[in-house]
Write a protein that binds this ligand. Structure first.
Ligand code: GLC
Length: 416
């Protein structure tokens, strides 16, 4: 579970509100003075994540607005100096560990509050009249030191951190539209990454430092297939929102249905990826009922179907239309995005399946092969291409978001 939480939860109109509304640091400070998350209970967050079937949580330690949720020694712009009055990261880390979840941090490379971070085309002050003179007095080397120092704090003071999501680089060659774009050189990404690995040798780090990381991060789209970089397969994780915003966005009602979210999860796993699904808690620190309902819906499905997700990935077999395959060893999972009338036909699986059942209730389904030469007639369907396995389904679709068939492949008929 991804969690975007910070001062922007108070305006409640997207985590980029400072950028969109070109808010000055001074104007934005009204949220700093009012940040009072009286309902913040990371144990609740952790329970909601675990019940939804998630294995790790990734929280914004600092987002682009520069506000820090922990008691950093390097800035006053932190939760301890707001009405919250305390470090909010320490109890978060503890709550995850208590729930048996892995601990992840998101950390923004961008900082619209720091006095040495130069104004550029994505900065809230991009249209100010004095950009040149302001920038002349700023020193990115000092910002870099701050960035590295804060990452050092985060990775030194909270025990084992399993996952780190840096965000983001916008080099000129990739983001031609932004003037003053920033990337690996500005962050000194090589040194930063080396420090991360030294402090937390087992951590996994994303790819947004402008240099390769451990996994790639498609955002708000579903890749068309397994992801590749320079022709080689790579680990990937799609980050997705519930409604198009990451931070709490009160009036944005563009919610994805639970069915769609589950199909996105399945689709990702069928292509060898993970899903990092976001919630944006409110300014009071709780996950709002709409988001909770989505998590609960996913959890309900996961309770019966997680076998088709955990440890599963791409299949050696090709899924027919309206289905997604995931595979783990000799188990092949057929996710039915549409419920056909009585029969589903699976190419190249004839003779390769020992037993098959619906996953939600372990009820047997029958296997057959239809002679390719069979002539269609009145009540007799026509033949299927050689090698096709036909499975007979009940007329009634199981009442789950995505029904799944679990196929046990015969030894020797699958790749480990
Ligand atoms: C982005 C956005 C952002 C969000 C992130 C999540 O690049 O800047 O607001 O935190 O993606 O992946």
């Amino acid at each position: 579970m991804f969690v975007h939480w910070g001062l922007y939860a108070l305006p409640a109109r997207h985590e980029w509100v400072m950028n969109r509304e070109e808010t000055t640091v001074e104007e934005y400070s009204k949220y700093f003075r009012r940040f009072d998350p009286d309902l913040y209970d990371p144990n609740e967050w952790a329970r909601a994540a675990r019940r939804a079937g998630m294995k790790y949580v990734v929280l914004t330690t600092k987002h682009h607005d520069g506000f820090c949720l922990w008691d950093s020694a390097l800035t006053d712009y932190k939760a301890t100096n707001t009405p919250a009055g305390r470090d909010l990261i320490a109890p978060y880390v503890q709550a995850l560990r208590d729930e048996g979840l892995k601990v992840g941090f998101y950390h923004s490379l961008i900082d619209w509050h720091h006095p040495d971070f130069t104004i550029d085309g994505v900065h809230p002050q991009r249209n100010a009249t004095d950009v040149e003179s302001v920038n002349a007095a700023r020193d990115m080397a000092r910002y870099r030191e701050y960035l590295h120092g804060q990452v050092r704090e985060l990775l030194s003071n909270y025990g084992t951190i399993d996952y780190l999501f840096f965000d983001f680089s916008y080099d000129e060659d990739e983001h031609a539209g932004f003037w003053g774009a920033k990337g690996a050189k500005d962050w000194d990404s090589e040194t930063l990454l080396a420090m991360v690995r030294e402090l937390q040798p087992d951590i996994v780090v994303n790819d947004r430092l402008g240099i390769p990381g451990d996994f790639v991060t498609p955002e708000q789209y579903q890749p068309a297939g397994p992801m590749m970089v320079d022709g080689a397969p790579v680990s990937w994780e799609a980050c997705q929102t519930l409604n198009g915003s990451w931070g709490y966005d009160r009036d944005n009602l563009n919610y994805k249905s639970v069915d769609l979210l589950i199909r996105m999860l399945v689709d990702g796993v069928s292509k060898g990826g993970n899903l990092l699904l976001n919630v944006g808690p409110t300014g009071r620190g709780s996950i709002d009922p709409r988001a909770l309902a989505s998590l609960e819906g996913i959890g309900e499905w996961m309770q019966l179907h997680s076998r088709s997700i955990y440890g599963a990935g791409t299949s050696q077999f090709t899924a027919p239309p309206d289905t997604r395959y995931t595979q783990r060893g000799n188990r092949l999972y057929v996710h039915l995005f549409a419920w056909p009338f009585e029969y589903v036909h699976l190419p190249d699986l004839a003779g390769k399946v020992e037993y098959a059942q619906l996953l939600n209730d372990a009820s047997e389904v029958f296997l057959q092969e239809v002679d390719p030469g069979q002539q269609a007639m009145n009540m007799t369907p026509g033949g299927q291409p050689a090698g096709t396995l036909t499975i007979k389904l009940p007329v009634q679709r199981p009442d789950v978001a995505v029904p799944v068939l679990e196929l046990f492949l015969k030894p020797g008929d699958f790749n480990d």
